[in-house]
Design a protein around this ligand. Structure first.
Ligand code: FAD
Length: 399
């Protein structure tokens, strides 16, 4: 059996011989070093993204036959958590990239164009951005305005992409669009455009309270490609089977990571105070922070288990109960993450409130406040009204 050093030396991609956790920890270390500057300068976390590419983590979900590592959703969520702890923006960029990767991996295997693209995702460590928000439509992902126009064997899409995170830095944009000019707004396709296929004209900036490094500016997107770049499955199916489950699990992983980072700061603050001989008045909030973080991790872990158990079962994924649960995960995880960071702030008192010092919680709080509005929780709850009215209230505890 090879020892680790030998297997690393023999691997064509040295990083691949090591576990995801080891590689993610190295990238997270670099992300943490630059997190404060990324936030204060509202800049793209270039160093952390270079590290993630160096560790070959951007193509981790691609099947082995195409050069990837066939990573599971759980393995990606673990990395989201590790990165979220270090730098929220890096974590969220990684999560948004992997959501698009999951859509292509799950639904692109029957398309030669997308198989080739997946190979290049691994080889070139392509960074994928997402465009769903359009015009003033906000987070209504299941409706598109701009249609795909087809002529002379080419396709054209001109879209008011009012939010595209790291649009300026990405190697490809994966976008929803109306199937054709005649189609209904909800008759959508998902299209992969590579950088050489599009031009972006900046239409808005990204000067926000938190998540400042995601650089989620507005752009006019003008893309041209071939019909082969359209995913072979209707977007409606991709949305419920891959996009929503992956987004809600991976985003939640990042938010839990942000919460964990804040709780860790509070823990260090408490330890220091304990050693100095007296615990601060905020100690009950610290206990609550720990309990809320545990509940948050358990919530995500349970939903991950459920998703992985039915990942290849289209009927189970489409079931109203699963769809309700995966939508509620986003609402519950984001609210709990905000609560946990707020607990950490209250636990650390003035030290947490200050922007300087080791116990400062401000950045975590500003970042995590993006979670309930990243597709507004109220929008999600309203859209669940019908399914929740139709579902029976469980008659036993372990249902
Ligand atoms: C950190 C972060 C990263 C994001 N990254 C991406 C991304 O990469 N790609 C992407 O497509 N989307 C991205 N989004 C946007 C996100 O997907 C939602 O579109 C956004 O959070 C709005 O959600 P909402 O419409 O449910 O809620 P609200 O923000 O509460 O919106 C309510 C309503 O306000 C109106 N509205 C929305 N935007 C405008 C506007 N600019 N001017 C006037 N009215 C408006 C709409 O009618 C909307 O329905 C990101 C959001 C966040 C917070």
């Amino acid at each position: 059996m090879l020892n680790t050093a030998e297997s690393i030396a023999r691997s064509p991609f040295p990083a691949l011989a090591e576990s995801f956790a080891v590689r993610a920890a190295r990238a997270a270390g670099i992300a943490a070093e630059h997190a404060a500057a990324v936030d204060s300068e509202a800049r793209f976390p270039q160093e952390a993204m270079d590290a993630l590419k160096q560790e070959k983590l951007l193509g981790m979900m691609v099947p082995e036959a195409l050069g990837g590592e066939a990573a599971s959703a759980g393995q990606v969520v673990d990395i989201c958590y590790a990165l979220g702890r270090a730098c929220s923006s890096t974590g969220m960029i990684f999560a948004m990239h992997q959501v698009k990767a999951a859509c292509i991996v799950h639904h692109g295997m029957d398309s030669a164009w997308h198989r080739d693209f997946m190979t290049r995702m691994v080889q070139d460590q392509l960074l994928l951005a997402s465009s769903t928000t359009e015009g003033k439509g906000g987070g209504n992902v299941r409706a598109s305005e701009a249609p795909v126009e087809a002529a002379d064997g080419r396709i054209l899409l001109v879209r008011d992409a009012s939010v595209i995170s790291y649009g300026a830095q990405a190697d490809a944009v994966v976008t929803t669009a109306r199937r054709s000019a005649e189609a209904d707004a909800s008759d959508q396709v998902l299209v992969v455009f590579e950088r050489k296929n599009y031009v972006l004209e900046k239409t808005g900036g990204w000067d926000t309270l938190g998540m400042r490094g995601t650089c989620s500016a507005g752009f006019g997107l003008k893309a041209m490609g071939t019909p082969a770049q359209i995913m072979p499955v209707p977007y409606g199916i991709i949305h419920s089977q891959s996009m929503v489950p992956s987004a809600h699990l991976m985003w939640s992983g990042v938010w839990a990571g942000i919460a964990a980072g804040a709780v860790e700061k509070a823990r260090k603050f408490m330890r220091k105070a304990q050693r100095a001989g007296s615990l601060p008045p905020g100690v009950p909030h610290f206990v609550e922070a720990q309990a809320n973080l545990r509940a948050l991790r358990a919530l995500i872990g349970a939903m991950l288990g459920r998703y992985e158990a039915c990942a290849h079962d289209e009927k189970a994924l489409a079931a109203i109960d699963f769809q309700t649960a995966i939508n509620l995960l986003k609402v519950d995880a984001s609210e709990l993450a905000v609560k946990t960071v707020m607990n950490a702030m209250r636990a650390t008192g003035l030290s947490g409130y200050r922007n300087d010092g080791d116990a400062s919680i401000g950045r975590s709080l500003r970042d995590v406040l993006s979670s309930p509005i990243m597709i507004n929780n109220d929008r999600i709850l309203s859209s669940l009204t019908t399914s929740t009215i139709l579902s029976d209230v469980p008659s036993t505890i372990r249902d």
